[in-house]
Write a protein of this length. Structure first.
Length: 283
């Protein structure tokens, strides 16, 4: 049950972060938003890590930390590249399969699941994909020759994110959550925010600051929740965490008056059924 709660907690936190970023990215350069979110997260996690003290690292734990942090930052960059040249209806469902990919990696690595859990995970993963499909009339139009590149970027983002989620779960099994969460913030700040600041591309818009701060805080809370859940089952926590896209779509319906089409409604229903079944099986 803790894997379910951890995954759902991460989904809600990341949904809020996504909603805030969808607004701030219209005010600032998206890559700058990501960089600032990483800085906010570093400000939160670095003092906590310092108070907690340096844990006992070994080669394996450091490897998982690097994969986790670099994968999180790299996945964001690839996602923005895909959305910049491809149709949202094509890119979003591909990227949102990150949880299913992490679950698949976990299963291939030997994690065992109770009978029926696989069906529940499949329902949730299917729902995440379906709920990410917008109205065709609202789909951002791109040149046809750009679509193959956008598909490749989106698939790469899903693979990178999925690998990062799995690595986060592995790192959380042996290291304190604070250091696991810190890894992505540190890598993101050093590899993204700092170079942008040096080159003068980290331009801050005052109206976007509250949104960036909330997004940064929710990213950290989401990773804390996910790492806690992943300790009790990476596959379950990863798939449930990836439904942040579903939650964001529902909230956007009420907050931004964005309508859900029939496919999205089917996706939300699939997720609800999957979560209910998963909760019953893991209780």
């Amino acid at each position: 049950m803790l894997a379910v709660l951890g995954g759902l907690g991460a989904a809600f936190a990341w949904a809020i972060s996504t909603l805030c970023s969808s607004r701030s990215s219209r005010m600032m350069e998206p890559i700058a938003v990501v960089g600032l979110i990483m800085v906010v997260g570093l400000v939160i996690t670095a003092p906590l890590a310092a108070v907690q003290g340096v844990p006992s690292f070994d080669a394996e734990s450091v490897t998982w930390l690097v994969i986790s942090g670099a994968g999180n930052v790299g996945g964001l960059v690839l996602t923005y590249k895909a959305l910049r040249i491809g149709q949202v209806a094509l890119v979003a469902p591909l990227v949102s399969t990150e949880g299913a990919i992490a679950a698949t990696i976990s299963l291939l690595a030997g994690e065992s699941l109770a009978p029926g859990v696989g069906v529940a995970l499949a329902l949730v993963a299917l729902g995440v994909c379906l709920s990410s499909v917008p109205e065709s009339a609202k789909t951002e139009r791109r040149l046809v020759h750009d679509q193959p590149a956008s598909v490749l970027y989106a698939i790469a983002a899903a693979l990178v994110f999925g690998t990062s989620l799995y690595a986060t779960g592995r790192a959380a099994a042996t290291l304190p959550s604070t250091w696991v969460v810190l890894s992505a913030r540190l890598i993101g700040t050093l590899a993204l925010a700092l170079p942008l600041a040096v080159t003068g591309r980290l331009n801050v818009v005052r109206r976007a600051i509250p949104l960036v701060v909330v997004a940064g805080v929710c990213e950290v809370l989401g990773f804390y929740s996910y790492t806690a859940g992943a300790r009790h089952g990476i596959a379950v926590a990863a798939v449930l965490a990836s439904q942040f896209a579903t939650i964001a779509a529902v909230v956007a319906y009420f907050l931004f008056k964005e309508r859900l089409n029939r496919i999205q409604l089917a996706g939300v229903s699939s997720v609800i059924v999957g979560v209910a079944l998963l909760s019953a099986l893991r209780a």
